[in-house]
Design a protein around this ligand. Structure first.
Ligand code: NDP
Length: 236
């Protein structure tokens, strides 16, 4: 039996983050999850928090600390897309995606780092994307935000590694959630043809990787990129 940890998942209202929160809860951990709209699964402490606002991030951490204890496992999952081709991409399209996916992750990681360092234990898991490695037309902002997480995880590994804090990146491929439901049928067909597994992934596929990286057996894995993409990005 793994030790029970205090886990915080950002973006736990739906999609991948919601399933990650459920699987950690089912494994006996004490789980909190942030949401902006909607809610979080039963048995999970819900925290209303927009990660583009440091004050809201700080308040969410304070609530977890007072109700469950210091965060030991952070899953930085919240993310958005604002797709359009470069010639049409506005500053606002760029800023919104970077501010949420990259700077938002920085905000939560920075807040988590001190208590983890103090406790001499921490697991930081960032949800990136295969798109950050192989690129995607119409997703310059998104791809830049997601590949940026690798530099962040590797720098964290160098800063905090000696304190038993690990930082890893999960790079999902195409996972069936609201985010991919908006893609045209033709695009999905095209992706399926390129995925060696021949199918889109599920949120459970990603949650299994997060549980592994948070687990007692993964303490010597840090600065790694774990693809969960059916082979789509092989070689990155
Ligand atoms: P969804 O759109 O289904 O869920 C996104 C989650 O992020 C929601 O809970 C949403 O909260 C939250 N969120 C968005 N912006 C903010 C914000 N500013 N502050 C706090 N929370 C926010 O997406 P997925 O589940 O598909 O994606 C989850 C992560 O996985 C993302 O980082 C995404 O980039 C990544 N990913 C997804 C892939 C896919 O194929 N689906 C592939 C590769 C990576 P709310 O709805 O309450 O606003």
């Amino acid at each position: 039996m793994e030790e029970s940890r205090v886990v915080l998942v950002t973006g736990g209202s739906k999609g991948i983050g919601r399933v990650i929160a459920e699987r950690f809860r089912d494994a006996g951990h004490r789980v909190a999850a942030t949401y902006r709209s909607g809610g979080v699964p039963d048995g999970v402490l819900g925290l209303q928090c927009d990660i583009t606002d440091q004050a809201q991030v700080d308040a969410a951490f304070e609530q977890v600390e007072s109700e469950l204890g210091p965060v030991e496992v952070l899953v930085a999952n919240a993310g958005v897309t604002k797709d359009t081709l470069i010639l049409r991409m506005s500053d606002e399209d760029w800023d919104q995606v970077i501010d949420t996916n990259l700077t938002g992750t920085f905000r939560v990681v920075r807040r988590a780092a001190r208590p983890m360092t103090r406790a001499r234990f921490g697991r930081i898991i960032m949800i990136s994307s295969v798109v950050g490695f192989i690129g995607s037309p119409g997703q310059l902002n998104y791809a830049a935000s997601k590949s940026g997480l690798v530099g962040m995880a590797r720098s964290l590994t160098r800063e905090l590694g000696s304190r038993n804090v690990t930082a890893n990146v999960i790079a999902p491929g195409f996972i069936e959630t609201d985010m991919t439901a908006v893609l045209p049928e033709e695009t999905i067909k095209g992706y399926k043809a390129r995925i060696p597994s021949g199918r889109l992934g599920s949120s459970d596929d990603v949650a299994a990787a997060a549980l592994f990286l948070a687990g007692d057996g993964a303490g010597y894995i840090s600065g790694a990129v774990l693809p969960v993409d059916g082979g789509l990005g092989m070689g990155h």
